[in-house]
Write a protein that binds this ligand. Structure first.
Ligand SMILES: Cc1cc2nc3c(=O)[nH]c(=O)nc-3n(C[C@H](O)[C@H](O)[C@H](O)COP(=O)(O)OP(=O)(O)OC[C@H]3O[C@@H](n4cnc5c(N)ncnc54)[C@H](O)[C@@H]3O)c2cc1C
Length: 483
């Protein structure tokens, strides 16, 4: 009797099926580093191949997990139920359509490749996750990824006009098109966005582009503590300015980040004002953009509103200096490992007026658990990355981290916040879905999944069933975005 894999071998060329230990290991995890090797990694060349894979997967009940770059931080890309991984990272066709200010992309195109191509036509693709050099458009659409510029420019969802691909059952479908408006029945396109590959496989997307801002102005503002920095961010809102970036870094983050760069690449700090008066500060990194006069006027308004209590300010005079400041910011995520060997990387989102109470909660948890909790994020849209750092080999640390994360999520929801603003749920946040959603809401989500995917083949075990990540060790592995 033919095995399911034998049936696939009849339908796909040999190079499309990888069962090697290296290949299956690489596809076994994402940035959460929770590994489960699939039986095979499948790299079909075209839609016919995807249809053939879905036909066998449905017939034989084989779990199928679609994969882009594997940079998800939640375990969304780990083939937790085994089965096969569908790797679409090699699907990299891209066409910018200048006249309609849009682009057609295949799912393996990276966010940066699209923005670079858009730049050639004076256009921009604004969603800018910190992983933009690696993350694919298939993955970022499936996660509804955000980034630093969310408050002014929105998130991935705001740029998706059309999607095409496959239902879990194998039918090819198109939702929307190269159209600025679309009011034709249920909006399944938006249901696919952020569904983490559980409701469909994206094989093509039409994305909206915008005119590229002519200039960017960058200023760093230092404050004595987090409260002063967040008060300054609130003052910017009161001034009715929405900078393209208003990034907040707490003192623990700043200390760890400067230590990292001092150790690995001190030259990166050349233009960075490290000679603070007094202790390590909390920071706001601000960017305004647009035509030069507009960007300057907005920056002046930001400085008027937020500069009063700053202990230090530093305006980048050149593109190069600005890039130094952003390079330092991009190192924050990796710098967390200066404070512990394992991190819980959360991306909670708070109502704009709940940021100070939220930081009081983080501070209390930090004191009560005794664990570092460096926190940074997007003060303009209330989306903060709280990192609970601990030593995985120390059972007491582990217990405190586990308790800390639960209490953090409870408090976030109590403040009318949400357990994820951009990374999604994957495996890691499934234990907290019941805090965010009531029984009726979760029940409808489950029924939707059953309707789309009656055989439960597409990325099963994600989002809706609690998964205990603490029962599984994290794999020590170097990933492409690690410094
Ligand atoms: C250093 C670093 C910085 C980051 N910064 C940010 C940030 O600022 N903002 C942010 O939002 N995220 C950020 N992330 C998280 C991550 O980059 C995003 O979640 C991104 O959307 C994942 O893209 P990917 O191509 O790696 O997708 P993958 O990890 O491969 O997949 C993610 C999910 O999408 C599904 N999927 C992938 N391709 C398809 C497809 N073609 N069709 C259907 N489903 C698919 C997968 O099954 C999985 O559920 C960061 C990650 C790292 C490592």
């Amino acid at each position: 009797m033919d095995t399911p894999l034998d049936r696939l071998r009849n339908a796909l060329p040999p190079e499309a099926i990888d069962t090697s230990p290296e290949g299956t290991f690489r596809a076994s995890l994402d940035n959460l580093r929770l590994s489960r090797c699939p039986e095979a990694v499948l790299r079909p060349a075209d839609e016919e191949g995807v249809a053939a894979i879905l036909a066998v997967a449905n017939d034989c009940g084989i779990p199928l997990t679609t994969r882009g770059a594997g940079s998800a931080t939640t375990g969304a890309t780990t083939p937790a139920a085994g089965g096969w991984v569908l790797d679409l990272s090699g699907w990299t066709q891209l066409a910018v359509r200048e006249e309609t200010m849009s682009a057609f992309v295949q799912p393996g195109v990276t966010v940066k490749a699209l923005d670079d191509a858009a730049a050639q036509a004076g256009l921009a693709y604004p969603p800018d996750p910190g992983s933009a050099r690696h993350a694919t458009l298939g993955g970022t659409i499936a996660c509804n990824a955000g980034g630093l510029r969310g408050a002014k420019y929105g998130v991935t969802r705001d740029y998706v006009m059309g999607l095409e691909g496959f239902l879990p059952t194998g039918e090819f479908v198109r939702w929307g098109g190269n159209l600025r408006k679309f009011a034709c029945g249920y909006n399944i396109r938006d249901l696919w966005i952020g569904s983490e590959g559980t409701l469909g496989i994206i094989t093509g997307a039409i994305l909206r582009l915008i005119p590229r801002p002519a200039v960017r102005r960058t200023t760093l503002l230092a404050y004595a503590d987090e409260r002063a920095a967040l008060d300054a961010a609130a003052a910017v809102r009161k001034r009715r300015v929405i900078p393209s970036i208003l990034e907040f870094l707490d003192r623990e983050t700043v200390g760890a980040t400067l230590r990292l760069w001092q150790r690995v690449a001190p030259d990166k700090l050349a233009a960075f004002p490290t000679k603070w008066t007094g202790q390590t500060p909390a920071l706001l990194l601000v960017e305004t953009d647009g035509e030069p006069a507009h960007a300057d006027t907005e920056m002046a308004a930001v400085l008027e509103a937020a500069g009063a209590h700053a202990t230090h300010r530093h305006a980048a005079r050149t593109e190069e200096e600005a890039e130094t400041l952003w390079t330092v910011r991009r190192g924050c995520s990796q710098a967390m490992f200066e404070l512990g060997d394992t991190k819980l990387n959360e991306d909670v989102v708070l109502p704009l007026d709940a940021q100070i109470p939220f930081f009081e909660i983080v501070d209390r948890l930090r004191r009560e658990t005794g664990l570092p909790m460096p926190t940074f994020g997007h003060a303009a849209d209330g989306n903060f990355h709280v990192h609970i750092m601990y030593d995985a080999g120390n059972p007491a640390h582990r217990d405190k981290a586990r308790d800390g994360i639960r209490r953090l999520m409870e408090q976030v929801v109590a403040l009318d916040g949400a357990i994820s603003g951009e990374h999604g749920i994957g495996l890691a946040k499934t234990p907290f879905m019941h805090l965010q959603h009531g029984t009726a809401e979760l029940g409808l989500m489950k029924r939707l999944k059953e309707t789309f995917d009656p055989n439960n083949v597409l990325n099963p075990a994600k989002l809706l069933e609690p998964f205990e990540i603490w029962n599984f060790p994290r794999t020590k592995v170097r990933l492409p975005w690690d410094h």
